[in-house]
Design a protein around this ligand. Structure first.
Ligand code: CMP
Length: 505
């Protein structure tokens, strides 16, 4: 029955029944909807409340005045909107619907909401005795005005639907939609009008769907999340590029976040006034960390080049004054030796070493700098160097096939490692990684032989440490109790003999 035909009593009665239905619906919504969707229930409540107020306002008016008609229409529209929205929320956002329907994209929810209001409007209009078809068909001008003003909105709406259908990107994907690399962002929402992306600067950009439909979109999360990054580095002309490439490749192998498969590649990309330009390409899995990983790769390259005495060429515009000739080179070498000798003085390990031997050792040893997290020796590899920590800290870990590495020990300034392989010729027994930036003194076999010869008690000290560490390792690997001190002492003695033979002392 059209609402216009109801008398005030019937109208109030009908209103009462519908209001009760609305209240039941709200109760259901409160029970079945939780989380952020719950906020939408307030619209259902608000519409119903205004509907009730309008019913009350309507009663004192005589039937023939124009106001009640408008109030009736409004009250009816709000009631229908409240009920429609409530049912829509139950169907799309409640725990019940989640169990048999997949979560709908935001754009469909937005369109659904708009449809609820449009249908409520048309029904309320019909109930007031106005035929909606006449209203729109009657005015070509109105249609033209509405059509023109909605052109962009409809364009965005259909572009949004096309994005949903074709899925060139999804929520969570990293996309670039224009040439500005500062406008690369992660998609956080696709609604009926626009797509929201959040850039690395934590800034939200709202891109109209119509614009996205026309722009070439670069999706960094498709077809897989693996993406390639590139950094450039200059190296001096004097060093063969193939040698530098090997050094850089080794430096990248352990950089956390850099994939080993596909493996990094290093190409010579040019020769210019700074030197040989190398293009270092590597793959990552987490696009959001690209800046940090590129920086980590540059850091690793720097540390590796410094360790190998390779200078990164400075731009020619810088004035670099240096005294050429052998004098300058030998002075630099003297400075290096003096620095290393001073560093050795801080290490208890060399306390009993005669000054002359310590100075010779300082000349033969090499200072090496390692970045945080860099692996210094790998378990299983061959190695002939013993390392003494001048600063920083390292973690010693051992891994058995198929198992996670276990940390054995942390070593600090003055401690040494790498002696097991260097003094016995066996492969490295553990992996040693810098836990923060470390400065190390690397001592090769020849320099060690000289040290042991002049200070036999040092060989004894080292053999005791090896025996202790090996006992520790054996206990861990075989899950037995640590060996008896007597057994360790005997092993240490055998090791000392071996070291003496190895170095012909
Ligand atoms: P090397 O085997 O040459 O290389 C790995 C190094 O880790 C090893 O020498 C020792 O210096 C060190 N290492 C092995 N086991 C232990 C341990 N239990 N405690 C401390 N350091 C160890």
């Amino acid at each position: 029955m059209p609402f216009a035909d109801l008398n005030p009593l019937e109208w109030t009665l009908y209103g009462g029944i519908e209001t009760i239905a609305g209240l039941i619906l709200i109760a259901l919504l409160l029970v079945f909807i939780s989380g952020p969707a719950r906020r939408k229930i307030r619209w259902v409540v608000l519409f119903l409340a205004i509907h009730v107020v309008l019913l009350a306002v309507r009663v004192p008016f005589p039937d023939d005045s124009a106001l009640p008609e408008v109030l009736r229409f409004l009250a009816h529209f709000l009631l229908l909107s409240s009920l429609g929205l409530g049912v829509f929320l139950l169907l799309t956002s409640s725990r019940l619907s989640r169990s048999f329907l997949p979560a709908l994209p935001q754009i469909f929810l937005d369109i659904g909401h708009s449809l609820v209001y449009a249908i409520a409007f048309l029904i309320a209009l019909g109930s007031s005795g106005v035929k909606p078809t006449e209203l729109f068909a009657g005015s070509a001008l109105l249609t033209a005005v509405v059509g023109l003003s909605l052109r962009d909105t409809l364009g965005n709406l259909f572009a949004g639907l096309a994005i949903q259908a074709q899925r060139p990107f999804e929520i969570g994907d990293w996309i670039q939609f224009n040439k500005e690399t500062t406008q690369i962002g992660q998609v956080v929402e696709i609604n009926w009008r626009a797509t929201k992306v959040v850039t690395q600067d934590k800034v939200e950009i709202i891109v109209p769907n119509g614009l996205l439909a026309q722009a070439p979109i670069i999706n960094y999360s498709r077809p897989t999340t693996t993406t390639r990054r590139t950094v450039y580095v200059h190296v001096p002309y004097e060093i063969p590029p193939l040698r530098v490439k090997e050094i850089i490749k080794a430096a990248l192998t352990d950089t956390p976040g850099v994939l080993t498969d596909p493996s990094p590649s290093i190409n010579t990309s040019g020769f210019d006034d700074r030197g040989v330009q190398l293009c270092v390409r590597f793959f990552i899995n987490d696009f959001s960390k690209r800046g940090r990983l590129e920086s980590a790769v540059r850091d690793r390259i720097w540390y590796a080049l410094v360790r190998h005495d390779i200078d990164i060429p400075i731009p020619p515009r810088a004035v670099h004054v240096s005294k050429a000739g052998r004098g300058a080179v030998s002075r630099r070498e003297e400075k290096r030796v003096a620095q290393q000798e001073r560093a050795l003085g801080y290490i208890d390990f060399f306390d009993h070493l005669p000054d002359a031997i310590r100075r010779r050792l300082a000349g033969r040893a090499q200072t090496r700098l390692y970045a945080e997290n860099e692996v210094i020796v790998h378990q299983g590899e061959k190695g002939e160097e013993l390392f003494i920590l001048l600063s920083g800290e390292v973690a010693v870990t051992v891994a058995q096939p198929g198992e996670d590495p276990v940390e054995l020990s942390r070593l600090k300034k003055g401690n040494f490692f790498g002696e097991m392989a260097a003094l016995t010729g066996e492969p490295r027994t553990a992996t040693v990684r810098a836990t923060r930036e470390c400065e190390l003194l690397a001592i090769g076999k020849a320099a060690l032989a000289e040290v042991f010869e002049s200070s036999p008690e040092l060989a004894e000290h080292v053999s005791q440490t090896i025996a202790r560490r090996q006992a520790n390792l054996n206990a861990l690997l075989s899950e037995h109790a640590p060996s008896h001190p007597q057994v360790v002492a005997e092993h240490s003695h055998r090791l000392l003999q071996r070291i003496k033979e190895f170095f012909s002392i």
